[in-house]
Every structure is written in structure tokens, then in C-alpha cells.
Design a protein around this ligand. Structure first.
Ligand code: SF4
Length: 193
């Protein structure tokens, strides 16, 4: 694989957190072959309450798998968010991360459009429908297919290894399940030619 270095890009500061962005472009085949463990992550996803209940979660359309393998390049984008106050309640995670999630979502969708690629978004809740239940629960199409993309985990990618080995980021975990960890990491990607 041709060696590439992760770029540490813009730093954003606001009243609630500091966000540092990282980006790298690598060969798609290398990333797919070396950083995926489909069986392991499929088993973990099956234990999650969102499995088969969100369009961004597994199981995914098998046609997407074949499409993924046809791409030659992958641009990985991460954002590390460090909250200003330590040990905040976990319930506030989405509100805290949302500006950065929206910014990254816009960026991956833009790149997907420009390069005729395939974007991958974030794990967790989909916020586009507000308090409405996801239509997948009723077997209906997604209300916002132009904006929703499956997460990297849904494709079986190992986010922790991706962050550590390719982007130089150590993900942080909380010792208390009710509290936020000292920093939060968002990771998304675009595959293209
Ligand atoms: S936009 Fe709505 S329908 Fe589509 S995945 Fe998100 S919650 Fe489900």
C-alpha cells in the first residue's frame, strides 16, 4: 500500500467543546482487507436495539457490499471532540456532538456526490426524523435517503483500529456508563474512484 500520512486539520472551539479534525486517503482495497471483521461486528450489531430497526444499521442491502469492493480510494475523516466539562451525563452526548456530526455529514455527502462514491456515516441514533420512529420498523422506505448512510461498523469496519493505526487517535471510553468519556470520536468515510 502506498504510505499516506493522516492530516490534522482545523480545530473548532466553542463554549462546550474543542474539536480536532483528522483525515487520510488510502487504497480502498487495503482498508477493506485489513480493517474489517464482518463476523465479529455483525454479532455485536445483532445485540444492539437498533439492529434491523434503522436504515443506517445492519443488515444492509447485499448490493452495497459489491459496490464497496469496486472502489479504489477511501478517504477517512475523524473528529475528536473534547468536552469542556468533565464527566457530563451520557444523555447529553447527541446534543454535544450534533454540530460536528452535521458538519461531517455534509462533507461526506458532498464528496460522495463529487466523486460518484459511497459515503458511510456514524453509528448510533439517526436524528433526521426527530421523535418519529424509524420507518424500517414498519417495513417502509427511509424518509431521507438522500442524507442517511450506513455506518462503518455496519459494514464490519474496526473503528478503534482505524483510528489508532491510520489516524493516530486513541479512542476513549467511560468508566461510568452514565457519563461521557473524556473525549468522543466520530469517524466516517467516502469510497470512490
Ligand atoms: S431518516 Fe428516519 S426513516 Fe431514515 S433511517 Fe433515519 S430515522 Fe429511519
Amino acid at each position: 500500500m502506498r504510505r499516506a500520512r493522516a492530516r490534522r486539520a482545523a480545530v473548532t472551539r466553542n463554549k462546550a467543546y474543542t474539536a480536532v479534525n483528522h483525515e487520510i486517503t488510502i487504497e480502498a482495497r487495503h482498508y477493506i482487507e485489513q480493517y474489517r471483521d464482518v463476523a465479529r461486528f455483525a454479532a455485536l450489531c445483532r445485540e444492539c436495539g437498533n439492529y434491523e430497526r434503522r436504515w443506517c444499521c445492519p443488515p444492509l442491502d447485499v448490493a452495497l457490499e459489491a459496490r464497496l469492493r469496486a472502489y479504489t480510494r477511501a478517504t477517512l475523516m475523524a473528529c475528536v471532540i473534547t468536552p469542556d466539562c468533565v464527566e457530563q451525563p451520557l444523555a447529553g452526548a447527541m446534543a454535544l456532538m450534533r454540530p460536528e456530526i452535521e458538519r461531517l455529514n455534509r462533507r461526506v455527502l458532498e464528496l460522495e456526490r463529487e466523486r460518484d462514491g459511497l459515503a458511510m456515516g456514524f453509528a448510533g441514533s439517526c436524528y433526521y426524523c426527530g421523535n418519529e420512529p424509524c420507518t424500517r420498523e414498519h417495513g417502509l422506505p427511509c424518509r431521507h435517503p438522500e442524507r442517511v448512510r450506513p455506518s462503518l461498523e455496519a459494514y464490519g469496519f474496526d473503528l478503534e483500529r482505524t483510528c489508532r493505526e491510520l489516524l493516530g487517535i486513541e479512542m476513549a471510553w467511560s468508566h461510568d456508563p452514565r457519563r461521557l468519556p473524556p473525549r468522543l470520536t466520530l469517524l466516517c468515510a467516502v469510497f470512490y474512484h
